[in-house]
Design a protein around this ligand. Structure first.
Ligand code: ATP
Ligand code: MG
Length: 258
């Protein structure tokens, strides 16, 4: 059995490209021959939609795993990408925090649920909040990937996010690392994008991935066709960027493992 590398895709800011990155990075890693499981930890349930799974087909969800103690194997589904598996979410997950909030071990439910899965990578799409669901992701994960949008307020909120990661590290998961920060929705024609990118690199140095995801309309269109962009339009700039991101990540991990 392979012990998976579990990555939480986190940013408490909404609409910065978490779900888009989780879907497309998962698809690109699958294309590279990795066994990948995507966990949708956001009650909005967008990851499943973007992978071609209608709401009516989501029978057992991450809610059942976290709140009802269902084995995670019951919730793992096929997706439109051959080989890529998904644990879908459900709107009920919005109340999970209340339901599990006073249980002992409430921060490690997901970690325990994932302790026996057989994958190379598990990517967790987090909600836009630093709530108990995100804390469960931080406790299960080996590393954190932070998508940052190339806009003026990009760095705002980052210190709070880094503090939360430090808190998780101190209290529940001493092995947790920041895998990296990745810039997305980069607009070449916009000087602000270049300025923000330079600023972020100055502050965070090598933690920032070299690969930058451009603002690309094909990336935004793909979910309405229930496909990741690398299936919807394999040759567009967005597809190439997500494949580059997967390759850069695999390169980093092959250096840091063992
Ligand atoms: P939330 O915080 O609500 O979960 P999110 O951080 O998961 O949001 P996404 O849903 O991935 O963000 O993206 C927000 C919007 O931006 C979506 O409409 C998506 O299609 C679009 N988008 C994401 N990345 C790009 C890109 N590189 N180019 C163009 N549009 C993009
Ligand atoms: Mg999302």
């Amino acid at each position: 059995m392979t012990k998976p590398r579990i990555i939480a895709i986190v940013n408490q800011k909404g609409g910065v490209g978490k779900t888009t990155t989780t879907i497309n990075l998962a698809a690109a890693l699958t294309l590279r021959g990795k066994k990948v499981l995507l966990i949708d930890l956001d009650p909005q349930g967008n990851a499943a939609t973007g992978l071609g799974i209608p709401r009516t087909a989501r029978d057992v969800t991450v809610y059942d795993v976290l709140v009802e103690s269902r084995p995670i194997s019951d919730a793992i589904m096929d997706t439109v990408v051959p080989g890529l598996k998904l644990v879908p979410s459900h709107i009920d997950l919005a109340s999970a925090e209340l339901e599990i909030g006073d249980r002992a071990g409430r921060t490690t439910i997901l970690r325990h649920a994932l302790s026996r899965v057989d994958f190379d990578y598990v990517l967790i799409d987090c909600p836009p909040s630093l709530n108990l669901l995100t804390v469960n992701a931080l406790s299960a994960a080996r590393s954190v990937l932070v998508p940052l949008q190339c806009e003026f307020f990009a760095l705002e909120g980052l210190s709070q996010l880094l503090q939360t990661v430090e808190m998780a590290k101190a209290n529940i998961n001493s092995d947790l690392v920041i895998d990296g920060v990745m810039l997305t929705m980069y607009d070449q024609r916009n000087r602000l994008s270049a300025q923000v990118a330079a600023d972020v690199r100055k502050h965070l140095g090598r933690a920032v991935f070299k690969t930058v995801i451009p603002r690309n309309v094909r990336i935004a269109e793909a979910p309405s066709f229930g496909k990741p962009v690398i299936m919807y339009d394999p040759d567009c700039a967005g597809s190439k960027a997500y494949i580059d991101l997967a390759d850069e990540m695999l390169g980093r991990h092959s250096k840091s493992r063992k």
